[in-house]
Each structure stands twice: as structure tokens, then as C-alpha cells.
Write a protein that binds this ligand. Structure first.
Ligand code: ZN
Ligand code: FE
Length: 261
């Protein structure tokens, strides 16, 4: 299975999975970059997969409908069943299983960024697992809480953090460098974070994506997966967290990030 990050807008990635013949795309906010990526590789579009309703993840769906194969998977537009998604042909919720290019992907409910956000987790044969997580988990960060509570988002991130170490984390935005700048303010003494940040700076200097990341790395460097770490707790308490419970710590760090420049 080939995994390609198709750049869109200024900092979105539309993830494409393909086997050399057929492809699926995730969260196509715009159609043109997807059409080019399909044409360059002479791929047939088997499905459009959608994690949540935001326009930068759904705006290209309608224009891509004519590109779907006549035998498209599940009718072609597989999307969260807890939000309004135009042109959806299959509505999915947590624990549903979707077969994409012969690989089973499990749906995980991850409310927080939006109320009905879902993620997709698959284990292609002989390859590292793939997590398609939309705007829930970013490298070094997480999505803003537009529709959910800190408790919901923390539970969602905890569910993703429990996946295998070598899981490839396919986030929908290239926010890594700004996230890691903030993470360094939260945990100035985290050596793994400093190393990873230097690595990502080099990747961006070469114009390469920092994604997909590895879940093992995220657990070591992402403050939003580290609400139980003493250094993160200490920073949260300095930012006004009421106590050291994971939800309070997570909420205080998220609030700090919202205002961080
Ligand atoms: Zn979003
Ligand atoms: Fe987005």
C-alpha cells in the first residue's frame, strides 16, 4: 500500500492510499490537487473518506464525485455518521469496520475538535499500521476544541495514544514546527523533543513533510499526550490549572496554546 501526502491550501494534507491501480483519499478540502495526484499515477478513485465536517476537509467532495469508480467502495463517500456531510453514501461510527483497498480500517470515535469527529485505523499486511486522524492529533499538538470538552478530547487522544508504537500518524495539517515551538515551552527539559524538533526543522528546510509521524514519537514529545508527566503537570499548574488531574492539566495546556504566539 502506498501512502502519499497530497498538499492542499497552505498547510493541509489530503492523504492518499493507493496500490498502483486504485486509490482512496481522506478529507479532500479541494479537488484539483487530488485530480492531479490521480492523473499523474493513472489511479482510479475507489473512495473518499471523511473524518469531520469542516470545509477544509469536505470542500472538494462534490467535484470529485464524477471521478469515483462505478464500483466505488460503499458507494464512494464514507464519512462520520454523527455530522452532516453532503453526498455521504456510508455513515460510520466508532467500532465500525471499513475495507479500503483490501485492508480493514477500524473507526474510532474521537470527539473534541468537532462533536462527531472519527479516525480510521488500519494494519496493512506487512507494513506499519496507519492512523488517519484528521484534526484530532497533530504532530506535537492537537486540534482546537471547537465543539467538544477537554474531557472528551483527552479521552479521544488517549484512545489514539493506545495504538501500537510504530503506527504512522497521518494528520491533516502541517502544523508541526509551530506545535513543537510551543511543546518546547511546555517541556524545556525534554531531550527527545529537542532532537525531534531539530529533525523536523531540517525536513521543512528541504521542503519535505514532517508527516506521517510515529505514535511512539508523539507519546515522547506531544504535550497533549503527556498530561500525566510531572514536567507537563508543573507547567500546567504555573498556567493556572486548578489541580494536577489529567483533564485539568490538558485543559490548561490547551488554553495556553490557544493564546501562544
Ligand atoms: Zn477541522
Ligand atoms: Fe482542518
Amino acid at each position: 500500500m502506498n501512502l502519499v501526502a497530497v498538499p492542499a491550501f497552505t498547510d493541509n494534507y489530503i492523504w492518499m492510499l493507493h496500490d498502483g491501480r486504485q486509490a482512496i483519499v481522506v478529507d479532500p478540502g479541494e479537488a484539483a490537487p487530488v485530480e492531479r495526484a490521480l492523473d499523474e499515477r493513472r489511479l482510479v478513485l475507489q473512495a473518499i473518506v471523511v473524518t469531520h465536517h469542516h470545509g477544509d476537509h469536505t470542500g472538494g467532495i462534490e467535484a470529485l464525485l464524477p471521478r469515483l469508480a462505478p464500483d466505488a467502495t460503499d458507494g464512494g463517500v464514507i464519512a462520520t455518521g454523527r455530522e452532516r456531510i453532503a453526498h455521504r453514501t456510508r455513515a460510520v461510527v466508532g467500532d465500525d469496520v471499513v475495507t479500503l483497498l483490501g485492508c480493514e480500517f477500524r473507526v474510532i470515535d474521537v470527539p473534541g475538535h468537532t462533536a462527531g469527529h472519527v479516525a480510521f485505523y488500519g494494519e496493512p499486511a506487512g507494513e506499519a499500521p496507519i492512523l488517519l486522524c484528521g484534526d484530532t492529533l497533530f504532530s506535537g499538538g492537537c486540534g482546537r476544541l471547537f465543539e467538544g470538552t477537554p474531557a472528551q478530547m483527552l479521552a479521544s487522544l488517549d484512545a489514539l495514544a493506545a495504538l501500537p508504537d510504530d503506527t504512522r500518524v497521518c494528520c491533516a495539517h502541517e502544523y508541526t514546527l509551530s506545535n513543537l515551538a510551543f511543546a518546547s515551552a511546555v517541556e524545556p527539559g525534554n531531550a527527545a523533543l529537542a532532537d525531534y524538533r531539530a529533525h523536523c526543522i531540517r525536513l521543512r528546510e528541504r521542503g519535505e513533510p514532517t508527516l506521517p509521524g510515529r505514535l511512539q514519537t508523539e507519546r515522547a514529545i506531544n504535550p497533549f499526550l503527556r498530561s500525566r508527566e510531572p514536567a507537563v503537570i508543573a507547567s500546567a499548574l504555573r498556567q493556572g490549572a486548578a489541580n494536577d488531574s489529567p483533564v485539568e492539566v490538558f485543559a490548561a495546556i490547551r488554553e495556553w496554546k490557544n493564546n501562544y504566539r
